[in-house]
Design a binder for this molecule. Structure first.
Ligand SMILES: [Fe+2]
Ligand SMILES: [Fe+2]
Length: 179
């Protein structure tokens, strides 16, 4: 038996019983939990700001090409909402509290809320925000490493979707001849 790197079952069971109240967080959790929760709350704020920005853009999209673009904005808004929900659930699982307070929301978020002036401008602002999200998720993934594989996997899934969002926006700009 490869005992040297696998913790034996008896020890695992004892550990699991010791801190029942910690829920999903066991002794084997290697990351700095408070810091992971803090980072996740920043990501949550970012996603909420992105929902708000995409919603504003969805309702404000006007002009000949507005229908397809508005549909894309709405789809992104809904997907950012999904990310926010996933992140909030993970924060609770880690024993933290998701911060949904409107106070300081814009300061906590990495990405900005920019209203944009016209379709092209809105798409460009969304692209900037997606690129910021991509970079911050990538950094968070590196930070989690093997210390919190569950959070890392969740973030990897979100990152992949932010990359799709950025690609969608670049395609829209190309279609509008604005790239
Ligand atoms: Fe997102
Ligand atoms: Fe996104």
């Amino acid at each position: 038996m490869p005992q040297d790197f696998l913790t034996d079952i008896k020890t695992l069971r004892e550990r699991a019983r010791q801190h029942i109240e910690n829920g999903a967080v066991t002794e084997g959790y290697k990351a700095d939990r408070a810091n992971v929760v803090r980072l996740l709350n920043e990501a949550l704020a970012t996603e909420i700001v992105c929902v708000l920005r995409y919603k504003r853009h969805y309702f404000m999209a006007q002009g000949i090409h507005s229908q397809a673009v508005a549909a894309e904005f709405l789809e992104h808004a809904n997907e950012e909402q999904g990310h926010a929900d996933q992140i909030a659930a993970r924060i609770v699982q880690l024993g933290g509290e998701p911060n949904f307070s409107p106070e300081g929301l814009a300061t906590r978020a990495h990405a900005e809320y920019v209203e944009g002036d016209g379709l092209v401008d809105m798409i460009k602002e969304d692209l900037v925000a997606e690129r910021i999200a991509i970079d911050s998720y990538r950094e968070m993934i590196t930070y989690c490493g093997n210390d919190d594989p569950t959070t890392r996997r969740m973030l990897e899934g979100i990152l992949a979707m932010e990359e799709e969002h950025a690609e969608d926006l670049v395609s829209l700009l190309e279609e509008l001849g604005a790239h």
